[in-house]
Design a protein. Structure first.
Lengths: 254, 254
DNA sequence: CATAAACCTTAACGCAGCGTCAATGTAAAG
DNA sequence: CTTTACATTGACGCTGCGTTAAGGTTTATG
């Protein structure tokens, strides 16, 4: 596909000004200029822009991004793997911040005490910035390429079709679950469909399916508060609702 | 405690320049000025700064932050609860970005196909900004105050001591688990301690404990890939290791 | 007791990463 | 053939500080 500034800005969610600025800086030049002087971007530029946005998300300056991208040693795939590592780190920081605000609420309500230092845990971007030196070198040396990707092991063993299907399924489970939750009836059609989709999704990871194990997993969604938070994030009570739907679906409870 | 600019900047992880700038803007004024003209901050200012940093983290301009904080209707606790909601949303966005990079890697390796649009999923901060209107109003109206806090329901029912204990315990589980993982022996002393800590942690959420349920939960940590990722994030294989340790601990397997 | 180190102050300029006009040209649709 | 929706190159403006300058204060140490 070929894109003009406007089209590319649309799909990337940025402004046309930004694209022209990146051109001006030499960080993202269009593939060619047409007869009217319009910037035309191709596939390579789309991918390059994605890299730019990842780096920007991680707080790098445009200067550094240019430096990295124009380096002869730049390799797309290993860069993506570095993005992955850094994004997980960033999520770790966010988790700390979330714990922070939870604790602060508890403290404001007089349920716990909290030091002033604790009140600022999770804000520090310093850690991320300092890691820039390490970033992509030390980490990989320390754990090796394979270990870094090991968490994707199950996904990696899949065919493209399976991968697509499992992604689609997990999204469908969520969508259906939330829609079903609105009805309030775990034995209803929507809720049972959610349970069925959940079963299909599970079968991509389980060697053999059993009703008991399925029902057990549903119970765990309620038993473990971290998992409850996962499902309840968008709709509180969704985890318990899913468990009830699964219990009915598996016939373990009427 | 009372702090000078330097001390406060240290514990908050920001620069002294920033503190003076916030003073200049009238967004965070010191509690008093001492005889030498030094800025002295007190407890109220520490809390206010924390609010400022939360809002800044969520992308608000200093102008808006000032507006919010100086409004007569400002309430600390409900602001904290709004921070909580927004931070969870932000983590959702981050999760999308992480999925994005994982898919992009798979695509680069030729395992799946991916549209150009998909390559920019998760970058959009627009969604967050657009939600600002809803933020804290619609959500609370729809589900009611209690429902919003329902995910914390279990935690809320705890005494300060219990809350502290459960937080400490979950950290200990992780630490002990990772240390045990290094030994490679799920029947070893460290691994069994991790299982014991895990049991203690569970008992804060379960009404009654049974070996079978505990062992079942351990199995679920491996069955559900999302949960596996939770434990495997720092050390791949940790989830399966914990399951094995629990199986031995509960006597369900030698 | 002096003096160096480590703080504090205000004032002013500088910079990145765009947003936002302005003035103008081009493509596609009715 | 005109309107509408694009495109172009400037150029100025803004936010949120970093940084330096030119100086006062406090504390530790020889």
């Amino acid at each position: 596909m070929e894109y003009t500034v406007h089209k590319l800005s649309q799909i990337a969610g940025i402004s046309t000004r930004t694209l022209r600025y990146y051109d001006e800086l030499g960080i993202l030049k269009p593939a060619r200029i047409n007869s009217s002087g319009y910037r035309i971007y191709g596939q390579a530029e789309v991918n390059r822009l994605q890299h730019i946005l990842f780096y920007r998300e991680l707080g790098l300056s445009l200067d550094k991004i240019k430096e990295i991208l124009t380096a002869s040693s730049f390799d797309g795939i290993s860069a993506l793997q570095e993005h992955h590592v850094k994004l997980l780190e960033k999520r770790g920081q966010l988790d700390i911040l979330i714990k922070n605000v939870e604790k602060t609420i508890a403290q404001a309500e007089g349920r716990i005490t909290m030091s002033d230092k604790e009140k600022f845990e999770g804000f520090k971007q310093k850690m991320i910035d300092e890691n820039e030196a390490k970033y992509g070198k030390e980490i990989r040396e320390k754990y090796g390429e394979e270990a870094v990707n090991q968490s994707n092991a199950k996904v990696k063993g899949m065919t493209p079709e399976q991968y697509d299907e499992v992604t689609r399924l997990s999204e469908q489970v969520m969508e259906t679950l939330y829609a079903a939750f609105q009805t309030g009836d775990p034995s209803g059609e929507l809720a049972q469909k959610a349970a069925e989709l959940h079963r299909q999704w599970l079968c991509y990871f389980w060697d053999s399916y059993s009703k008991e194990a399925h029902a057990g997993l549903g119970q765990m969604y309620v038993d473990d508060p971290r998992f409850t938070a996962y499902y309840d994030e968008k709709q509180p009570g969704a985890a318990a609702f899913l468990r009830d739907a699964i219990l009915i679906y598996t016939g373990m409870q009427k």
